[in-house]
Design a protein around this ligand. Sequence first.
Ligand code: DI6
Ligand code: FE
Length: 402
Amino acid sequence: MKLWTHCSVATMAAGTAQPYGLIEDAALVVDGALLRWVGARADLPAELDAACTQRNDARGALITPGLIDCHTHLIYGGDRAHEFEARLGGATYEDIARQGGGIASTVRSTRAASADELKVQSRVRLKQLLGEGVTTLEIKSGYGLTLEHERKMLQVARDLGRENKLDVRTTFLGAHALPAEFADRSDDYVDEVLTMLPLLHSEGLVDAVDAFCERIAFSPAQVARVFEAARSLGLPVKLHAEQLSDSGGAQLAARFEALSCDHLEWLSEEGAAAMAAAQTVAVLLPGAFYFLRETKVPPIAMLRRHGVAIAIASDCNPGSSPCTSLLLMLNMACTLFRLTPEEALAGATRHAAQALGLNDRGVLAAGKRADFVLWDVQRAAQLAYALGANPCIQTIFKGETR
Ligand code: DI6
Ligand code: FE
């Protein structure tokens, strides 16, 4: 067993008297890939102390759960800097999408890239997330939009998980955008998505299913067909909902007991109530809000009032959030959305785990996964406070130094 002392631990456990579930002068015992004991150093049972063959002095570091980025489109070809310029010149995200740019442009470059090329480009982004203590990462498909290219994206995602000390959770986002070859035939493309899903699932490539419910993407009725198919395979669902308009996506997702609804700038009261009843997590994406220069803030007070758990993610993607810093997202969640630093950190740990349907991580407690980060900060709020700093000293993944 391994012991860490000379640290404070922000356990992020729910419902503790201390903010952040903080334990000062703490000890943490790891047995294999799991935490065996977490508490005040003074309370560490002598026999456990004696059983630790590896003893680590954390030199006053703050320890938090490994960060979880629960919404990314990490794998894609090319970039969209030209659209950034066009938007600064007055074009809107929706204008660009309707003119064949936007997601469709990334679909072209992703299809043109080989799996190896995608891997090389994605590794650069992954390295930055890993450097900030990310230990679990969700990656969506959705820039292939054919069986062959969706498979390629998901295989690259699985490969990135295998070649790094990191858990990758894959999400099939076949219903992300209407590919050009299906112009004006969106129901036919949904049929196509329904043929892709069971095949990709049978190849072990799909952990969850997502869709983009929006006037520039798919209607609630079309999303419902995709969700029915997911349900018949026993796969959990998530939804890009109410990002640019209120289409009732949140209520629809809640009907399917979605793990999460993501974006939610235009979420209605009915949507929030439905999410609360279904225990669907609200994943907020301040990077996309910032980068698209949105002005409608997600209804934070309403989410709090309904008791909806809030997660924060990078939404790393080339069009609306070319971002590879989850710490920066914590800051933006506070400055742009007025979350507290404690809510923001819970959003990238405990609630992010919930948004992925994982109950073995996201908090530091006996029996949970030994995924944690040592930070060179005195108090937890500093993680959300600094802009562009990276105080990560060390990351432990499944009990091992990364
Ligand atoms: N909403 C988003 O923010 C990303 N996908 C989605 O449905 C953006 C994807 C892109 O613009 O490439
Ligand atoms: Fe997204």
